[in-house]
Design a binder for this molecule. Sequence first.
Ligand code: GLU
Length: 487
Amino acid sequence: MEGKIRTRFAPSPTGKMHVGNLRSALYEYFIAKHEGGEFIIRIEDTDQERFMEGATEIIYRTLEKAGLIHDEGPDKDKGYGPYVQSERQKTGLYMEYAKELVEKGEAYYCFCDKERLASLKTEVVDGKEITVYDKHCLGLSKEEVEEKLAAGVPFVIRQNNPKEGTTTFHDELYGDITVENAELDDMILIKSDGFPTYNFANVVDDHLMKITHVVRGNEYLSSSPKYTRLYQAFGWEVPTYVHLPLITDENHKKLAKRSGHASFEDLLGQGFLAEAIVNYIALLGWSPEDNREIFSLEEMVKEFDYHRINKSPSVFDIVKLKWMNGEYLKAMDFDTFYQMAEPYLKEVIHHNMDFKKIAEMVKTRIEVFPDIKEQVDFLEELPDYHMEMYIHKKMKTNKESSLEVLKDILPLLEKQEDYSNNALYQAISSYITEKGYKNGYVLWPLRTAVSGKQSTPGGATEIMELLGKDESLRRIRIGIGRLSHEL
Ligand code: GLU
C-alpha cells in the first residue's frame, strides 16, 4: 500500500483496559510511529448490550498514562470521522454498504425468527457454540424480501459465503492461511437493531479510514477469511494483517479478569509505575535483537520491528514485572521517588523521623512502593522477634556473646550525645578496635536489638540515628532483658 502507515486502536468500551488491549494499542502505535505514520483511535461501541458506562473514559485515561498520543480520534477529527461507531451508524453508512453487498449477491436479508434459529444445529467454534445458519432466506425471491421489508418483519443481513472453493489470506506472522469456504458461516453483518456487528463494521471502517495495518489479537484469526471475503466483495484492498499471540497467566491459561492483575488500572493500583507496565507489556511477545529489556517508549518506537513478534503465547509473569518496576525505581531521580514514596511512608510511620533518609535507604531495596511497608514498619514499632536471630554463624555470635556485647556497649551509648550515623559509627568502631572484635560480632546483635529484623535497609547506626537516642536505648535494654531471661 502506498502512502503513510495508518494503524488504529479499536477498543470496545465494555470494561477495564486489559493487558491484551494495551499490548495491541502499543504495537499499533509502534508500527505506525516506527515509520512516521499515524495512530488512530476508533471506539467500537456497536454492541449495545455489552456497553459499560465509563469504559470509554478508562480507555482515554489508560492511553494517556501509557503515553500513547493519538493522531486522530473522537477528539481529533482529521476528516475520517466520526470515530465512534455508534455515531457512524447514525449516518446510515453501514446499512448502505450492506445493501451494496446484497445487490452484488454477497449478502442477503434473513427474516428467520428466534424459534427457527433455535431449531438449527450448532457447532463449537473457538470454544463458543454458534448456530450454523442454513441459508434458508437465501432462497427468498426479490418480491418476497420486499414484501417482508414493507410489512416491517424484523431482519438481519448476512454474509453469503459459498459452499465451494477456498479463501486465502496472508498474515505477517502466521503466513498464508487457506480455509475451505464451506467452513465459513453466513455471519450477521447488520443486526435486527440496525447496528452493524463488529465483524462488518471493522472491515468497512478500516477501509474508509485508510488503515494499512490491522493489528489485533489472534482470536480474530479464524474470522479473517470472512473479513477478507468482504474486502474482496467490495473490491477493496485487503490491509496487512498482524495477529498477536495470546497472553496467558502463569498456569498457561488465558489471562483472565479474575487474576487481579489483568487490567492496567489494577496494576497501577498495586503500585506499579505506568512506564514499567508499558515496558513490560511491550515485551509480551516481542523482543529486540539484542535482548535488551529496559526501554523508554521512544526507544521502543525506534527498535520495534513487527517481524520479530513471537507466535507462541506469552506468559504474563508478575514476578518479572516486579523486577522491572524495581529497575525503574532504582533509576528514578530521588526527588520524584521521594514524592511518590512519602504517602506510603506516612501510612506506616507516625513518629517524627527523617523521611528523606528512610526513602534513600529503601530506594534500591523495593520493587514496588507498597513494599515500603514491610521494609520500614520496624522503625515504627519493634517487632516481636525470635531470640534465635542473635545467632549468626559467620559473625560468630550467639545469645551469650550478644548479651555480653550489648551489656558492655550500653553505658557507652548512654553517654553518647551525638546520635548521628557518623558519630555513632565512630564511637562503636573505637569500641570494636579496643576490644579486638570483628565488626559483625558487635554490629549484628546491635542491629538485631534495635530492629528486631534479620534484614533491614541500613545498618545498626543508621537505624539508631532514625530512632533517636531514647528509642534506641529502650530497644537495646529490651534485648538485654530478653536475652538475660533466656539464658
Ligand atoms: N473492538 C475489538 C476488540 O475490542 C477490536 C478488535 C480489532 O482490533 O479489530 O476486541
